[in-house]
Design a protein. Structure first.
Lengths: 233, 295
C-alpha cells in the first residue's frame, strides 16, 4: 500500500549502516555520500510510492541519472523495503543485483538503468510527457531526476534543460547534487537553469527541512533544486 | 519527398490515430509530414527541436511508461550521433521503439560526407536484439511498420529515395525467394533488388530478397542455398551482413563475398545515381562484380 509519509522517521543512521554494508566503508565515510540526505528526504517525505508494489501505476517516478556511487541509493531502497538487506553485501559482486550503476531489470524500485552520464533528464522528460498524456495536467504523479554538478558537463543535459520549460512540464523536478566536482565552473547552477525557464532554487543539501520544502514546491514550469553539499576531494 | 519516407509518415500517422499508445518524437525533420498526428493528440506527438540525443531519450521515456514511440530524422543524425541513446536507453533497458530514418545511404548526395550514412546498419547491428529493416518499396514500408511498431524491442527501419519498381509481399523476419539457380546464391538487400535482378540476367544463380536483416532468416538461406558462393549485395558498407551470413551458415563450406559501398570517405558530390555509378553499385557495376566473383 501507499506509504503514509507523515509516519516515516528519517532514520539517517540506519541508511548509513546499510550503505556501509555494501561498500565496506567506515560509517563516517558512508555518511558523507553527496546524495544521501536528498535521497532520504525524497524516499521518506516526498515521493508517493509503494515499496511492496514497485510497479504501482500511481507512483511518483525517480530517475537516478547520475548512476555513479549508488550505494546511498541502494541503502535508501533497502531502508524502505524494496529488497532485503542481505542484497547489500553483494554490491558489485558477480551474481549480485546491485551493480556499480543501477539496472532497472535487476533491482526493484530502480526506474531507469543509468551510468553513462547525461541520459536521465531526456528519459525523465519522456516519462513526464507520458504521465501528462495519460492523465492530463491534473495528474498528481510527479517525476524526479537526480544529476550531479559534474554530470551537467554533458551536452545532452543542456538539450533537455532547454526543452523541458518549453513543454511546460510542471510535473518534472530536476535535483542537482552540487559537490563542486565539476572542473567546468557552473555555479551558481540555479541561475543557468532559471535562464532557460526553470523555477530553480538552491538549498543546503544536508538540511532536511530545506530539501523537503524545495522538493515539495508545485510549479507551472519544471522545478529545479540545487542541493549544495561539501566539496569532495 | 521520397515515396518511402512519405509512406512511413502516413502509416505512422494512421497508427497514431488508431492506437492511443503510439507516441511520435521528432527532431524538426518531417514535422509537416506528421502534422495529422500533432493535430490529433499533441500530448503524445512532440517536436523537441534539433536535439537527436534528447529525441531518442524522450522516446525511451515514453516506452518506459508503456507507449510505442516512433522517432524519425535524417539517417546519420540518429543512427550514429545518438547511437549511445539507442544502445542504452532502448537496448540496455530492453524497451521497444521504432526508429525510421530518411536519406540513406547517400540520398543527400549533393550534401557530402556529413549527410551520408552507409554505416548505419552496421552500427545498429552492434545492439543486442535490435531489429533492422531495409525495405525496398513504399508498400513494404507500410507492411513492415504495421508489423513491428508495437514490438518490445528497438526496431530500426531505413528508407531510401530510390527503391524497386514493384513491391513484394514481404513479411517481417523472412527472406523471399526471387528466383532459383544453381551456381551461387545472391542476397539482395532492400533497394538493391531491381539492380541485382538486372545484373544477374543470364547468370545461373538463386536470388533471395532481404528486407529484415536482424533477426536474420537463417532457415530460408540454408534451405535455398545454391552452389558454393554466397554473395550479399548491400546498400551499406561492403560486408555489413557478412558476420550475420557467416553465422547463419555455420558448418557449411561456402565462399562469402559482399558487394556494397566501399569503405572509404565519400568525398564526391552529385546525385545518388552518380554516387552509385562511381561506387560500381549501379546494375552494370554490380553485374561486373558478380561475374568476377562467380568466375
Amino acid at each position: 500500500m501507499e506509504v503514509d509519509m507523515s509516519s516515516v522517521t528519517l532514520d539517517r543512521d540506519e541508511v548509513v549502516r546499510l550503505a556501509a554494508l555494501a561498500t565496506g566503508d567506515e560509517k563516517h565515510d558512508a555518511s558523507s555520500y553527496s546524495t544521501l540526505d536528498a535521497l532520504l528526504v525524497l524516499y521518506g517525505r516526498v515521493l508517493r510510492h509503494e515499496p511492496s508494489n514497485p510497479g504501482w501505476a500511481g507512483r511518483d517516478r525517480f530517475i537516478l541519472s547520475k548512476g555513479h556511487g549508488p550505494a546511498a541509493f541502494y541503502a535508501v531502497l533497502a531502508w524502505r523495503g524494496y529488497f532485503p538487506e542481505s542484497w547489500m553485501s553483494g554490491f558489485v559482486r558477480a551474481g549480485g543485483r546491485l551493480g556499480g550503476h543501477p539496472d532497472r531489470l535487476l533491482v526493484p524500485g530502480v526506474e531507469a538503468s543509468t551510468g553513462s552520464l547525461g541520459h536521465g533528464l531526456p528519459l525523465a522528460i519522456g516519462v513526464a510527457l507520458s504521465l501528462r498524456a495519460q492523465g492530463g495536467d491534473e495528474d498528481p504523479r510527479r517525476v524526479f531526476v537526480l544529476t550531479g554538478d559534474a554530470e551537467l558537463n554533458e551536452g545532452s543535459n543542456w538539450e533537455a534543460i532547454m526543452l523541458a520549460p518549453q513543454l511546460g512540464l510542471g510535473n518534472l523536478t530536476l535535483l542537482v547534487i552540487d559537490n563542486a566536482s565539476s572542473s567546468i565552473r557552473l555555479r551558481p547552477i540555479e541561475h543557468k537553469l532559471a535562464a532557460f525557464g526553470w523555477d530553480a532554487v538552491s538549498v543546503d543539501g544536508r538540511d532536511h527541512e530545506q530539501l523537503h520544502d524545495a522538493l515539495s514546491r508545485p510549479g507551472a514550469a519544471p522545478t529545479a533544486v540545487v542541493a549544495v553539499v561539501e566539496e569532495t576531494g | 519527398m521520397s515515396a518511402m519516407r512519405a509512406q512511413a509518415a502516413d502509416t505512422v500517422c494512421e497508427l497514431f490515430e488508431d492506437d492511443p499508445s503510439v507516441a511520435v518524437v521528432l527532431a524538426e525533420i518531417s514535422v509537416d509530414r506528421f502534422a495529422p498526428a500533432f493535430r490529433h493528440d499533441p500530448r503524445r506527438a512532440v517536436n523537441v527541436g534539433i536535439m537527436e540525443q534528447t529525441m531518442v531519450g524522450v522516446a525511451a521515456g515514453f516506452a518506459m511508461e508503456g507507449f510505442h514511440p516512433v522517432v524519425h530524422t535524417i539517417t546519420p543524425f540518429v543512427a550514429e550521433r545518438a547511437l549511445e541513446q539507442l544502445k542504452l536507453d532502448f537496448g540496455n533497458q530492453e524497451l521497444g521503439g521504432l526508429v525510421i530514418t530518411v536519406g540513406a545511404s547517400y540520398d543527400y548526395g549533393t550534401d557530402g560526407t556529413t549527410h551520408h550514412s552507409p554505416g548505419d546498419v552496421q552500427a545498429l547491428l552492434t545492439i543486442p536484439a535490435a531489429r533492422v529493416l531495409v525495405p525496398g518499396h513504399a508498400d513494404e514500408v507500410d507492411a513492415l511498420v504495421r508489423a513491428v511498431y508495437d514490438g518490445d524491442r528497438l526496431t530500426y527501419l531505413r528508407t531510401q529515395e530510390r527503391g524497386n519498381a514493384r513491391a513484394r509481399q514481404v513479411e517481417f523476419g523472412q527472406l523471399l525467394v526471387e528466383r532459383r539457380g544453381s551456381r551461387g546464391t545472391v542476397i539482395a538487400v532492400g533497394p538493391m533488388l531491381d539492380r541485382v535482378l538486372e545484373a544477374a540476367d543470364g547468370l545461373d544463380v538463386t536470388v533471395l530478397y532481404a528486407t529484415t536483416l536482424a533477426p536474420f532468416d537463417a532457415a530460408t538461406l540454408r534451405a535455398e542455398l545454391a552452389g558454393a558462393h554466397v554473395i550479399t549485395v548491400e546498400p551499406t558498407w561492403q560486408g555489413t551482413l557478412t558476420a550475420t551470413v557467416s553465422q547463419a551458415l555455420e558448418g557449411i563450406p561456402v565462399g562469402l563475398a559482399s558487394i556494397g559501398v566501399p569503405r572509404q570517405v565519400l568525398r564526391d558530390y552529385g546525385s545518388a545515381d552518380e554516387h552509385d555509378r562511381a561506387l560500381r553499385l549501379d546494375a552494370a557495376g554490380i553485374g561486373a562484380q558478380l561475374r568476377r566473383l562467380l568466375a
